[in-house]
Design a protein around this ligand. Structure first.
Ligand code: GLY
Length: 395
């Protein structure tokens, strides 16, 4: 009797799980199809050399040129939408917009070349196998390595390579290492890989607090490589946990584990995930406040970009951990995607110039890009949905 009741309960749970999955399949498919239409229209609003950045005053579309750190996300998103739809129109736009970012492969003025070049051209390579992307990726990796000083053992995030006074490294830099791992794979030259590993190791040594949260900015002494100061730029306070910074770290160490199979990187990613998932200020819908220690929680702004990055990272990380953690990561990512796909966050056709997500926070202390769509929130939302579909193939 007890056995049959247990079996019945398990059956009900399994049917409920299946129907929840099937409903999210439908939500994701509708969101992706709508996104494809929206991005074609958004492209029509843009001059060839411009990229969507955010929505500014009076609901106006704000754009940027290829030099701004986010320029690669629009073409990279278009590649994902081409992957999903196989629509040649999207392929044409993705190709054209990627070409407009290509010149950034030589830009050594900051560390963001990974975002700018590897997001679009890495996607183009994976989705179309177009080998013309390979030299672009390699040149970009060479440019990024020009910002690496072996004495410090880190890539300089901000500031000129010639600067002898300051050497600034931010947690976001973890996101640029995927470009270096790719360059080693494509060339067989391990020097890129070694730079990435050095960056990942030093960041574990210096950037994290015992609870698994990270500082945003570290100031190093360029002469000795010693840490001078740990602080924030975009977070609430030096000792707070800026939400997107935590998400960059989570994603970055997940990639480092994928590329090296070094367990220390897996453990670091798990530690960051535990910090975020178990935090008392993590809301039930799993869209983090812009800073875990923002002063006016629960009335603080949420950051959809941090949520989208986190969902995508957790879905990949779920493939590297035990069953219990896998379930927790997938459940959280599923909640994030479900929340972001609902009308509070997801735009309707022609809303917000056809960005996909509302309510991200760029740089609150500078009162810049506050509670607005951002191209990278869209990009990681698309990536998370595609990853979710791959993890949950329709039977
Ligand atoms: N990498 C800059 C930012 O996350 O705002």
């Amino acid at each position: 009797m007890i056995r049959s009741i247990t079996l019945f309960i398990l059956m009900v749970i399994s049917i409920a799980g299946q129907s929840q999955r099937s409903s999210l399949h439908q939500t994701i498919n509708s969101s992706l199809s709508l996104a494809a239409e929206q991005y074609v229209i958004l492209d029509h609003l843009l001059a060839d050399s411009l990229f969507p950045r955010n929505i500014g005053k009076e609901e106006k579309l704000v754009t940027n040129k290829s030099g701004w750190w986010t320029s690669g996300f629009f073409p990279a998103s278009l590649w994902y939408l081409y992957e999903y739809t196989q629509d040649p129109v999207l392929k044409d736009i993705a190709t054209r917009k990627s070409k407009m970012v290509e010149r950034e492969k030589l830009n050594t003025s900051d560390h963001d070349i990974g975002f700018k070049i590897y997001c679009p051209f890495g996607n183009q390579l994976h989705i179309t196998s177009d080998s013309s992307t390979v030299p672009i990726i390699i040149t970009a990796a060479q440019s990024l390595c020009k910002r690496f000083d072996p004495k410090v053992g880190l890539i300089r995030s901000w500031g000129s390579i010639q600067d002898t006074k300051d050497y600034v490294v931010i947690i976001d830099n973890m996101m640029n290492l995927e470009l270096l791992f790719a360059a080693t794979r494509l060339t067989g030259d391990s020097s890129y890989y070694k730079v990435a590993v050095s960056q990942a190791d030093k960041t574990i040594d210096n950037h994290f607090r015992p609870d698994g949260s990270s500082y945003h900015v570290l100031d190093y002494d360029p002469a000795t490589g010693a840490v001078r100061k740990k602080r924030t730029a975009q977070g609430f306070a030096d000792e707070s946990a800026w939400a997107r910074g935590q998400a960059w770290g989570l994603y970055g160490y997940t990639v480092c584990y994928r590329e090296t199979r070094d367990k220390r990187y897996l453990q670091q990613a798990q530690k960051i995930a535990a910090f975020m998932l178990k935090h008392q200020n993590m809301p039930a819908d799993k869209i983090p406040y812009w800073d875990f220690n923002a002063p006016n929680i629960p009335n603080a702004l949420r950051d959809a970009s941090a949520a989208a990055i986190m969902a995508s990272a957790l879905l990949e990380l779920s493939g590297y951990v035990n069953k219990k953690e896998r379930k927790s990561y997938i459940t959280t990512a599923t909640t994030i995607i479900t929340t972001l796909s609902d009308t509070t966050y997801r735009t309707k056709m022609n809303e917000k110039s056809n960005f996909l997500l509302k309510h991200s926070v760029g740089h609150l202390p500078a009162n810049s890009e506050v509670d607005t769509p951002l191209s990278y929130a869209d990009y990681y939302y698309l990536e998370a949905m595609l990853r979710w579909k791959k993890l949950n193939p329709k039977k």
